[in-house]
Design a protein around this ligand. Sequence first.
Ligand code: 5GP
Length: 139
Amino acid sequence: MSAYDDDNIFAKIMRGEIPCVKVYEDDKVFAFMDIMPRSDGHTLVIPKAKARNLLDISPDDLADLMTAVQKIAKAAMAGMGADGITLQQFSEAAGGQEVFHIHFHVVPRWSDVRMRPPASAMADVEDLKKHAEKINTAL
Ligand code: 5GP
């Protein structure tokens, strides 16, 4: 497995070098809207710790990350008025990973509404801001 790359796009987002629509941040984690959401409110939750994916993150950092994932999932349920949550995590290219800083996808779901296909469309930033505010308000 390759080493962690400090220039991956999510590291740049956390350093403020690339813009994002932020949902939540504390000393351990950062959460922001996926730019090509598979449903309204699709949020990415990442650790501040440097890890490529599930295979190299330390257990302590993973525990902190999962605590944040649950917090965002609950806020997404309440804030977005969702019926359920789909959680996704891809490790290594063969596992479907495209950005090599570990992230969990928190995807709000509604009964009988299918997820949009991966990378189907870039979201309108104003929509992302509205969804982020709804989730943030429910935290
Ligand atoms: P994965 O690595 O889990 O396959 O997917 C990476 C995810 O990051 C995709 O859902 C994609 O839409 C999202 N993504 C890729 N580049 C950016 C970006 O620059 N900003 C944001 N907000 N999301 C991104």
